[in-house]
Design a binder for this molecule. Structure first.
Ligand code: HEC
Length: 193
């Protein structure tokens, strides 16, 4: 009898665990229309199952932010897909600056909001990139956009208090002189993996 009750309890816990983890997935929404984005249906097949993507899908927080080893890839994607409109270091061109603390869409101060804007696009020339950027690369791109921040770190809502202590506003000269080479030697890994 005791055993049966314990077994039933275990089964219940296992089921409850499943339901909780499935229910914890974030819902992502188009920045302009507010419609739900079909991330699963649209993202490329590659780069979906990494620990970072799984964590992001459940928390909405990009675990690659301020992980030095992830920055070179993020920069590469930025230069390929974004800098033509947003400027070499996010200073703004046809599109608005991405390296300062002013955001047209205030939700872009969160990793989730920034992901939604990149994935689903915004107005006019800001097209959706959800189908052409692998999810894992998208997280590296977001980490890079956070890294090129040049304004007061106090406004960097996406950083934890701990990260704020270590963060220095971006300096392209320092990046090109030593930062990038050091980052290329580091691994792009999230803590605990
Ligand atoms: C063809 C030009 C073009 C390209 C390429 C482009 N953007 Fe944009 N982007 C724009 C324009 C124009 C806007 C302003 C749209 C609006 O206000 O709705 C914008 C807006 C944004 C915003 C909102 C900024 C804010 O102040 O809230 C973000 C974030 C952004 N783009 C990121 C990116 C990223 C990341 C890429 C590369 C994957 C990219 N964009 C590629 C033109 C572009």
């Amino acid at each position: 009898m005791k055993f049966t009750v314990a077994a039933a309890g275990l089964t219940f816990c296992a089921l409850a665990g499943l339901v909780t983890s499935a229910g914890a997935q974030e819902v992502f929404r188009n920045t302009v229309t507010g419609e739900a984005l079909d991330v699963e249906g649209q993202a490329p097949k590659e780069g979906r199952d990494t620990p970072a993507v799984k964590q992001f899908m459940q928390t909405g927080v990009d675990p690659y932010v301020e992980v030095a080893g992830c920055l070179p890839k993020g920069e590469e994607i930025y230069l390929e897909s974004c800098s033509g409109c947003h400027g070499h270091i996010g200073e703004g061109k046809v599109g608005p600056g991405l390296n300062d603390s002013y955001w047209t869409y205030p939700k872009n101060t969160t990793d989730k909001g920034l992901f939604e804007t990149i994935f689903g696009g915004a107005n006019g020339m800001m097209g959706p990139h959800g189908q052409d950027l692998e999810l894992d690369n998208m997280l590296k791109l977001i980490a890079w956009i956070r890294h090129i921040q040049k304004d007061d770190v106090a406004d960097a809502d996406w950083l934890s208090d701990e990260q704020k202590k270590n963060f220095k506003p971006f300096d392209i000269k320092a990046w090109e002189a030593t930062g990038k080479a050091a980052a290329e030697k580091a691994q792009c890994k999230i803590s605990g993996n």
